[in-house]
Write a protein that binds this ligand. Structure first.
Ligand SMILES: C[S@@+](CC[C@H](N)C(=O)[O-])C[C@H]1O[C@@H](n2cnc3c(N)ncnc32)[C@H](O)[C@@H]1O
Length: 240
């Protein structure tokens, strides 16, 4: 059974995810940095650093949310970064941030579904995603779409939560993720479910070698995986 944010609601995972991110959009950036003690900023830097050598001209950031990975992607000096997301609330926060930073000529954000991308095949030299793929209703469909719009030879970089396996980090992380994070998340975001859905969706999501197998199946080559911060998070890269 798919893990969904609002267990008693009847909508699809996709509509529930969009509703949840619309509900927490105003507090999302603050909570990200607060609940991860700022480590999320370092994770995004690490992920984009992997594009430094290939210097992609056009980058698509899927599930871009409030645009933090899209903004970080400017470090590799692309011509343009395009971000798409299903949550209008998250996009609105992102657009305002990009406008304030004077980056609107470099980054464009559109409403769009990662599982049915509005772009032609072979359009981007790189496709990125941070903390997005775990929320897909159909993971293989979403990854296949990333593959389709990527140019041959292009690279994907996916950042996603994973599960630490070594003692004592595994135990400390589980305690924090299941007992502390949901309490702060609920009080600050005022959403009943979002920060309970987070640990539950991470628990159910394939990580490490299991995730690489799915990338292989979708058709990617040179699939690689790099755990960060004791395996709390991982970066996956692959080539089309
Ligand atoms: C945890 S946020 C990550 C946002 C941003 N990438 C970051 O690094 O902070 C996940 C985002 O994925 C978006 N999302 C989930 N499923 C999606 C889909 N099928 N298509 C596009 N966006 C999706 C949500 O709306 C949300 O903004």
């Amino acid at each position: 059974m798919a893990v969904v944010p609002y267990k008693d609601a009847s909508g699809s995972k996709k509509s529930q995810v969009a509703q949840m991110f619309n509900s927490i959009a105003g507090k999302y950036d603050f909570l990200n940095h607060f609940l991860s003690a700022g480590i999320d900023i370092y994770w995004r830097k690490k992920a984009i650093g992997l594009l430094q050598k290939s210097k992609p001209a056009r980058i698509l950031d899927i599930a871009t949310g409030t645009g933090d990975l899209a903004i970080e992607a400017l470090k590799v000096n692309p011509e343009k970064v395009t971000g798409i997301d299903i949550s209008e609330g998250m996009l609105a926060v992102g657009r305002e941030k990009i406008q304030k930073k004077g980056l609107a000529h470099k980054i464009e954000l559109f409403s769009g579904d990662s599982e049915n991308l509005q772009f032609e095949a072979n359009s981007f030299e790189a496709v990125t995603a941070a903390f997005g793929v775990r929320n897909f209703e159909n993971l293989e469909k979403g990854l296949s779409e990333m593959f389709r719009v990527l140019k041959p030879g292009g690279r994907i970089v996916i950042l996603e939560f994973s599960k630490p396996t070594a003692f004592p980090m595994k135990q400390a992380y589980n305690f924090y993720f299941k007992n502390i994070l949901p309490v702060f998340g609920k009080v600050i975001s005022k959403d009943q479910a979002a920060y309970t859905y987070l640990p539950e969706s991470v628990q159910a999501f394939p990580d490490g070698k299991d995730f690489l197998k799915i990338l292989d199946k979708v058709g990617f080559k040179n699939t690689q995986w790099q755990p960060l911060t004791f395996g709390i998070c991982s970066i996956y890269t692959a080539i089309k």
